[in-house]
Design a protein around this ligand. Structure first.
Ligand SMILES: Cc1cc2nc3c(=O)[nH]c(=O)nc-3n(C[C@H](O)[C@H](O)[C@H](O)COP(=O)(O)OP(=O)(O)OC[C@H]3O[C@@H](n4cnc5c(N)ncnc54)[C@H](O)[C@@H]3O)c2cc1C
Length: 513
């Protein structure tokens, strides 16, 4: 019998588990994969190490300081064992045909560079930043609503509900439409991949929250993102907790209407585990798929109604030699094939990607001992991979991937690689290795329904839905993770803290940093 069972060892699950351990709880963490960390895990091929789900981090900066609330939380939970390297300035570059713009922090530097490059657009730039500030404030309140006790959330909604509803309905595309200059529009909208919702549906508040977070700086974990799990797990274990890897939760069990256990499969055998309460950080759809249909049916129906967000293809590249001399840097490059930055990849077999996100992680990690690497992400419609994706709730597929999938994947990989090399030709002679992940890979390793990049589709309906609050309608069952908080390691981690604080209110003190 455990104090709490946490399902999923991504940053949300591990933050929740370590926070509860700090309050003396014995926590069992169950993870279906054989490596902990969820999207913060890394993998190795020969002398190259790749990080599929972390390219840069906000909110972990100089401590104490305005940039570091999540960093201060991690320092507390992990006994100060984590370090973060500044990704430098500029940290993002937007590259359009015949035009490049480097984004620097702090915001004042970014804004001054925009004003210098687009001198006739001063009033539009001023309006944009005013709107971003207001949207960011609204985003924080919407996030807080996820974790507040129902009576407090009710009061806050009464006070600010109408304004918050108006804010969450405004899309990024609507805000961009008020920018007269096409190139400026492209620069301001280019980074929607940080939350994975194209401008037509992306709530402006989410865009403001995520891109604005980097205004305080951009960092990379020293030693790679796997260090996050390596730093948090000892805290869980020191308090008498445990982690089971390869432990796939299949059922959440209730006694007298209260969630108090799980049944998980490990090495083909089913095991029960009991606890006073559960925190599910495996994705909200995966959570309801583990419940009997008659448990909180209205909530289950609402959750089943959410669509998975956009998926992505990721190309992992290994080099030998000096990639910095060949044009790579610690800044991420957002490459677009035209000034229309909204479209995503619909037919990967037949056309090039409209945009690529390119990161060179080995240049960001001062402790990287291996060979240089690049990671290239292209957001795509998972439809192209539909024949090989599993339906939600289906048992995970084992065994080799089918031949037709492998052939399709190889074809798309060659196309994506050729597109990358057209934009970075000087890197071609140094290239030694490439491998591509698809929506099928994403679904396999972290079980995201539909192979979605960041879980549930990010739109206004999802932002306003109480179905994604930390407290689920099932007594004893709490939720954490990117479906609750929105995309990003800091946001998902903070949702883990909110879930833990719902059980141990003293933890709320850690929210302020
Ligand atoms: C390509 C890509 C690039 C990204 N880049 C960045 C970035 O640069 N900066 C940033 O801040 N964020 C980035 N993100 C987003 C960030 O990685 C995620 O938002 C965050 O890590 C999500 O954490 P989580 O704990 O909610 O989910 P996850 O990390 O997905 O963890 C969920 C865990 O639950 C486990 N699980 C699922 N089902 C079960 C089950 N039945 N039983 C047991 N375990 C189960 C999964 O295996 C997984 O380990 C990126 C994501 C992607 C995909």
């Amino acid at each position: 019998m455990w104090d709490t069972v946490v399902i999923g060892s991504g940053i949300a699950g591990l933050t929740a588990a370590a926070a509860l351990a700090r309050r003396g709880q014995r926590v069992l963490v169950l993870e279906q994969h054989h490596t902990p960390g969820g999207l913060t895990q890394t993998f190795r091929r020969a002398d190259w190490t790749f990080a599929p789900g972390v390219h840069y981090l906000a909110d972990v900066g100089a401590q104490p300081g305005p940039g570091g609330p999540f960093g201060r939380l991690l320092a507390w939970l992990g006994d100060g064992t984590l370090r973060f390297a500044d990704s430098g300035n500029p940290y993002d570059v937007v590259r359009l045909p015949g035009f490049e713009f480097a984004i620097e922090h702090p915001e004042a530097a970014y804004r001054a560079a925009l004003e210098a490059r687009f001198p006739a657009q001063g009033p539009a730039i001023a309006r944009w930043f005013d709107e971003m500030h207001a949207a960011r404030k609204a985003a924080f309140t919407l996030f807080a609503l996820r974790g507040l006790p129902p009576w407090l959330a009710w009061g806050l909604r009464l006070w600010r509900g109408a304004e918050l509803d108006r804010m969450r309905q405004r899309t990024l595309a609507e805000a961009l439409a008020e920018i007269p200059d096409a190139r400026l529009r492209a620069v301001l909208g280019a980074r929607w991949g940080d939350h994975g919702a194209p401008p037509e549906t992306a709530p402006l508040v989410e865009h403001a929250l995520i891109t604005g977070a980097y205004d305080a700086g951009s960092w990379y974990p020293v030693g790679g993102p796997a260090r996050l799990a390596q730093s948090l797990l000892p805290t869980v274990l020191a308090a008498g907790g445990q982690i089971e890897l390869g432990a796939s939760v299949e059922r959440i069990t209730l006694t007298g209407g209260r969630a108090d256990g799980v049944v998980y499969r490990r090495n083909g055998t089913l095991h029960p585990a009991g606890a006073r309460q559960l925190i599910s950080a495996m994705g909200v759809r995966n959570t309801v798929d583990c419940l009997d249909r008659e448990v909180a049916p209205a909530w289950q129906a609402e959750v089943r109604g959410f669509r998975p967000g956009l998926s992505y293809l990721s190309l992992f590249l290994g080099f030998e030699g000096d990639i910095a001399a060949a044009g790579a840097s610690s800044a991420n490059v957002w490459v677009y094939e035209s000034e229309a930055v909204g479209p995503f990849w619909r037919a990967p077999a037949d056309e090039d990607a409209p945009g690529l996100f390119v990161s060179f992680p080995s240049l960001k990690d001062p402790a990287c001992a291996g060979q240089p690497t690049a990671e290239v992400v292209a957001f795509c419609d998972a439809e192209a991979f539909a024949p090989w994706l599993q339906a939600p709730g289906a048992a995970p597929a084992d065994g080799d991937r089918p031949e037709d999938y492998l052939a399709f994947k190889a074809w798309v990989e060659e196309r994506l690689l050729a597109q990358f090399l057209r934009h970075f030709p000087a890197l071609a002679p140094l290239l030694r290795f490439h491998e591509m992940s698809t929506p099928v890979t994403q679904q396999h390793f972290v079980r995201t329904p539909g192979g979605a990049t960041y879980g549930i589709e990010m739109d206004a309906a999802r932002l306003g839905s109480p179905a994604l609050n930390v407290r689920s309608p099932v007594p004893g069952l709490l939720l954490a993770g990117q479906d609750v908080s929105g995309a990003g390691v800091p946001a998902a981690g903070m949702s883990g803290l909110l879930a833990a604080a719902a059980l141990e209110p003293a933890l709320l003190r850690q929210l302020g940093g």
